[in-house]
Design a protein around this ligand. Sequence first.
Ligand code: MN
Length: 508
Amino acid sequence: MDNGGNQKEKTAKDLIDAMEYANTEDRQLVTKAFDFAKKAHEGQFRESKEPYFFHVFETAKILAELGMGPVVVATGLLHDVIEDTAITKEEIEAEFGKEILFLIEGVTKLGKLKYRGLKRHTESLRKFFIATSQDIRVLIVRLADRLHNMQTLKYLSKEKQIRKSSETLEIFAPLAYRLGMRVISKDLEDLAFSFINPEKYKETQLLAKQITKRDMKFLEKFDRSIKKTLAKEKLRNIRTSFRVKGLYSLYKKLQRKDGDIEKIYDITALRIITDSVGDCYKILGIIHNTWKPLPGRLKDYIALPKPNAYQSLHTTIFTGNGGILEIQIRTNEMHEEAELGVASHISYKESNRGAAQSQLLWFKRFLPQIEYLKKSPEDGKTNGTTPDWVKKLGSECDNEEGEKLFDELKTDFFEHRVFVFTPNGDVIDLPINSSPIDFAYTIHTDIGKHLSGAKVNGKMASLDTKLRDGDIVEIVTNKSSKPTRKWLDVVKTSEAKRNIKSALKIKD
Ligand code: MN
């Protein structure tokens, strides 16, 4: 995804060609959004002196390359029109309908969040991102937007480069990874790394080049010999590819291994992609029967997927002439999922019910984080408050049912948390119906202890105010203020409850 094509005229056809699939209707939608966005951004330029339209075009192109369908590609083209042009919501709705307006508004809303660089709040900020974008497609558009902004970051001031890069490393790249979009996550990380630490970036780049050159020769030879071995066993339906580790991830790993490159076995790897899970295990057997595996390196992520749903068999083998090589074995579907993550589920199927079903799958990954799903230690069963839809999650369901289930799930997930801000813009994530008292204790015990009043959105508010999404909360403290018994009836967080009880000397 370079910008080499920026010199020539951009056309809607470029986008349509980049899409996996587009019927007449799809082509019409993309072309209409293309013309609309081009006209709306006319006369606007970026710091790079390029027309602003190039930015939305490239964002849409990234989305098309990710396999997104016409609605998401059109959203990519239109994602900045409400924020940056005179176009109104009403015009968008009249021209493109409710769905695209909803997506654009979601993207715009996410863009307004400011990152303040407080490490302990980044997880909250990530959750906030998820909560604000009730449709996963909003996040995917935002990630594509960020990727293009990172690709053109060199035109901005040094200060902005650093701020945007830190944001990218701490929020966007982990988010992409969490969504299983490894291609995007790797590109984001490496771009951010090059701005944050140019020296180390160059060093790591050089190192990776040397290693890749050394390994490549060997990999090619090995690739031929492994294909021959597999062919003897009548396994011909396989393809292989090499992958080179991302520079930032290599840099981090080097730090963990005291800079000793010899201790890192997965800088390059050979991938074997096949048709079925059965073949994956067969191939693993053949490899271990031919080459000695390194002890303790076999990982079965097929039987036990990673938390972000990544699946593959990993093993590391002695290649026989002093070399060591990591091999990853997976099916075609696992490969697509590993590269594109949640995007591989949505893709061109977005317009039918498949989308709800795949978002449901994606949400399952976040479920363990919801507190009331915690299993009670005695009987291993979920506790009594488990909603019905959670129980249903274990069983497979058809599309219509999946859609309904997803709606319930979404409501439940979002309705159980509120996300509020400190005056500095840090995000605090609280249970629903939390009060300024909960907020104060979440920030710091001492602030809770000496809480005397609170401002919500700039106005004095009573301490039992129920906080709502997006509220900005400012706490007023006074050394002589103390918790009262009444607070106990108001608070929702266990942290606040515990501290108030201890201050009032109440035993549990
Ligand atoms: Mn943008």
